[in-house]
Design a protein around this ligand. Structure first.
Ligand SMILES: Nc1ncnc2c1ncn2[C@@H]1O[C@H](COP(=O)(O)OP(=O)(O)OP(=O)(O)O)[C@@H](O)[C@H]1O
Length: 368
């Protein structure tokens, strides 16, 4: 839900402290980004400004306003600015962008060499970095002679060979096929655990974010809409995008006391609750999440003890593996997740009307 306040929670002291404002004409990025040591994932839909934010941190696009500080160092702001090459940054893009005519070893040695390290030491450093990403045996190959996942690992080694204080990874796994992606994700996770600096990585993929990152920052329309640890975000999503990414239904409304019990008054329906949320009272705005697996579907009005029952229309059906997600709308918009067997048994098709039931105990609420 755009316009929701950015929510920040108990993350360690920020080491990267930036306010990145970039004016691209029709699009303006205005994002405050704080990242502690460890991995911060920047997530957002296409065009939300993730790449622009990374380029702003690296000094590769100019800021209209704002600042970039890393620890005690001011990289940008207060009329001071460091050129990109004066920033201690390692950058990895979706495409590895290795020099095709150089071996992996020389590709990785290039950064230390360019910073004045003698050739033999730079090669030694490169060998060490290639070893850390499992490429010691391929050091003499050229980029065209290795797989896409291996090339991406070499790009990571190249970025780390200069011992950057800030590592920026822009969709580092997005160009890989699914199998390579999952193996490279594991290698990346392993290598990042040993990297002592601040990593900011952009991704669309919740699996990348949840497996690689200590902290998540969501960007929507150029603004930060939510930050938190993976656990905090999964437990309390605050925008429809965040909720859908973590696979939950998110509804918002006003908490009302009923006789007996409590409910959330939605735009055109109500959600009966088992318990009111801690920290909220009558009349307060609250969020409610419903796991799609907790939405039971019926073709005929069921005899059910579930206190939430609606007749809804099937808008679309998406299948992943053996399960299907049924997008429903009507008095409420909900996604239900059922087995393919249930899709067949209920004969689910687009446009069909179904009864959807959710037990009050399956609704998780928290203050907005
Ligand atoms: N060089 C440019 N000149 C003008 N507009 C640009 C430029 N680069 C990006 N934009 C615009 O800025 C917005 C943000 O783009 P950006 O690439 O940062 O988004 P993103 O979140 O990384 O997207 P994706 O996930 O698709 O890579 C988009 O609307 C894009 O069209």
């Amino acid at each position: 839900m755009s316009g929701a306040p950015a929510a920040t929670t108990g993350i360690p002291a920020a080491v990267l402290d930036a306010h990145v404002v970039v004016d691209r004409g029709e699009f303006v990025l205005d994002a405050e980004l704080r990242a502690p040591l460890g991995v911060t994932a920047l997530l957002g839909p296409n065009g939300s400004g993730k790449t622009t934010a990374l380029l702003g941190l690296a000094g590769l696009v100019g800021l209209a306003r704002g600042h970039v500080r890393l620890g005690e160092e001011q990289w940008e702001g207060d009329a001071r600015g460091r050129a990109p090459e004066q920033r201690s940054v390692g950058l990895v893009l979706a495409e590895p962008m290795l020099f095709p005519h150089l071996t992996l070893l020389d590709n990785v040695a290039f950064g230390p060499r360019a910073r004045g390290m003698p050739r033999a030491r730079a090669r030694e450093r490169a060998r060490e970095e290639l070893g850390r990403v499992g490429l010691a045996d391929l050091a003499r190959r050229r980029p065209g002679e290795v797989s896409s996942g291996q090339a991406q690992r070499a790009a990571l080694a190249r970025a780390l060979a200069t011992d950057p204080e800030l590592l920026l990874l822009d969709e580092p796994l997005s160009a890989l096929d699914p199998e390579t992606r999952s193996r490279t994700r594991a290698d990346l996770s392993h290598r990042l655990r040993d990297y002592p600096g601040v990593t900011v990585l952009t991704t669309h993929d919740p699996l990348d974010a949840l497996t690689l990152a200590d902290q998540l920052v969501f960007l929507e329309g150029g603004r930060v809409t939510q930050t938190g640890t993976p656990g905090e975000v999964v437990g309390r999503p605050r925008t429809a995008y965040v909720a859908s990414l973590v696979g939950l239904n998110l509804l918002s409304g006003i908490l009302v006391q009923k006789d007996p019990g409590w409910a959330v008054r939605l735009a055109s329906s109500e959600l009966a609750l088992a318990d009111p949320p801690a920290g909220a009272g009558e009349g307060d705005e609250v969020w409610a999440t419903v796991n799609p697996e907790a939405v039971a579907l019926f073709t005929d009005r069921p005899e059910t003890s579930a206190r939430n029952l609606w007749r809804l229309t099937v808008d679309s059906v998406t299948v992943t593996g053996q399960r299907a997600r049924i997008h429903l709308s009507g008095e409420v918009s909900l996604v239900a997740e059922v087995t393919l067997g249930a899709v067949a048994a209920l004969g689910i098709t687009t446009g069909q009307q179904l009864w959807a039931a959710v037990k009050a105990t399956e609704i998780h609420t928290y203050p907005a």
